[in-house]
Write a protein that binds this ligand. Structure first.
Ligand SMILES: [Zn+2]
Length: 445
């Protein structure tokens, strides 16, 4: 998984790989320069090819992934002990990374939580049950999630620092464990990880646990986790991608399951093949996402108020409701005593911005209780955006529904849209492909 490296090592690699100088005898008592580390020296290096690859990798890494470049391309190839020394256990606070993705790992190894409406999918489980309890479980609680909701723990690969805490979630919360067949096999056998006290023993596959294959999808609460099998780091390393949103804006998150380069030539080649496979999977996923290209905006804030029954009666003889303490709320959970009565200003802006880019607009239903001016601004903002897109950008705007028509007319924008129909439900049914008897009769003539 993604690891966070802190390193104080400064490597003077120029990526041009000039030949090393010949070393003279040192002054008495000093360490000879000939004995210094040579972090860019590779046995039997094809200097031109290595230089070209180094430069490409350096460019791709940019500033934000420099430590990966340093660790994977330089240190790890020759100085395993330095890499290991740079990767140390440390506690960092759990945090929300996307609207539905949380970091619940520690410093040297990561763990993640994907929130869905029907439970949580955890990705990787750190070193042992202590870390599962004190870092992951505590982290979930810290970011406002309930550990009882953990339904699955995905083990990306069969190394002690990824499966160590998995059994804890299985025992305590009945979570199902997810791994590839090849890595379940590895975990079934004794390994050197068993001898290191830091790691808890590998979980054994139970009847409820899942074995996933390349291309498989795990679905929970409308969230799909797509798996690719990318062997090399371990025989059945899993990589995965899934949808995330950032303040409502959609993205795809991809995680390569075992990024550390193996040490034998055969496995290095296999890692390159797996990375190429992952690149194909990622490209296909991105192509599919952009094909659909559908943005689905949900409100990020709303106007809430406390409904209070009054003694007054309306025309139908029902008690008139007075709404008190109207205010903007950015809490996604509506307060218990309040009702959501309009979208908030941030949502109104996001919706309006999107409308401004549209060529065809179908609007069906107001944003809130626009009859009360305290709750009309969301509807009015969208109405202004629709009118402006129609007038200035030539968008076709079709307004369906008596309430929407009333709202537009109230805002004096009724003549600024392309078409208005009071039949809101009927227009939706028509778009669904249902036959409307009145329209059918007209079309037949
Ligand atoms: Zn590993």
């Amino acid at each position: 998984m993604f690891k966070i490296f802190r390193t104080g090592l400064m490597l003077a690699a120029t990526y041009q790989l000039a030949a090393f100088p010949t070393f003279a005898q040192p002054v008495e008592g000093r360490q000879p320069v000939s004995g210094y580390a040579k972090p860019v020296a590779y046995p039997n290096a094809n200097v031109a090819a290595v230089s070209a690859s180094f430069n490409r990798a350096r460019k791709i890494a940019g500033d934000d992934l420099y430590t990966y470049f340093d660790t994977l391309c330089i240190q790890d190839q020759l100085y395993k002990q330095r890499t290991n020394g740079a990767q140390y256990d440390g506690v960092i606070p759990a945090q929300k990374v996307f609207d539905n993705l949380y970091y619940i790992g520690q410093m040297s190894v990561s763990a993640w939580a994907v929130k869905t409406p029907q439970g949580i999918i955890v990705i990787d489980a750190l070193n042992n049950a202590d870390e599962a309890r004190d870092i992951m479980e505590a982290g979930l609680i810290g970011v406002g999630l309930d550990p009882k909701d953990v339904k699955y723990v995905v083990i990306t690969h069969s190394h002690g620092d990824h499966y160590g805490g998995a059994q804890y979630f299985k025992d305590k919360y009945g979570a199902k464990l997810v791994a590839s067949a090849a890595d379940w096999d590895v975990m079934a056998k004794p390994s050197f990880f068993d001898k290191i006290r830091k790691f808890d023993v590998a979980p054994k596959r139970g009847a409820d646990d899942l074995t996933v294959v390349d291309g498989q999808v795990l679905s929970l609460g409308g969230e799909d986790i797509h798996f690719a099998v990318t062997p090399a780091h371990t025989p059945g390393t899993l990589s995965l991608y899934f949808k995330v949103t950032d303040n409502g804006a959609p993205h795809l998150a991809g995680m390569y399951g075992g990024i550390g380069m193996p040490r034998t030539d055969d496995l290095k080649l296999l890692q390159l093949q797996s990375m190429a496979h992952w690149a194909d999977v990622a490209k296909a996923a991105l192509a599919k996402a952009s094909q659909r290209g559908v943005k689905f905006l949900l409100p990020v804030d709303d106007v809430v108020a406390v409904p209070v029954k009054t003694d007054k009666l309306d025309k139908k003889g029902k008690a008139v409701i007075d709404y008190q303490n109207a205010r903007v709320s950015t809490d996604m959970n509506c307060p218990d005593d309040a009702a959501g009565l309009d979208i908030g200003p941030a949502s109104a802006k996001a919706f309006s911005d999107e409308v401004a880019t549209a060529k065809t607009i179908l609007w069906n239903g107001p944003m809130g209780l626009f009859e009360d001016k305290r709750f009309a601004e969301g509807t009015n903002a969208v109405a202004r955006a629709v009118a402006e897109a129609t007038q200035k950008s030539g968008a076709k705007s079709i307004i369906g529904g008596g309430d929407s028509v009333k709202a537009l007319n109230k805002a004096k924008l009724g003549d600024k849209v392309t078409f208005m129909s009071t039949g809101g439900g009927a227009s939706l049914e028509f778009l669904e492909g249902q036959v409307l008897p009145g329209v059918a009769a007209l079309s037949d003539k």
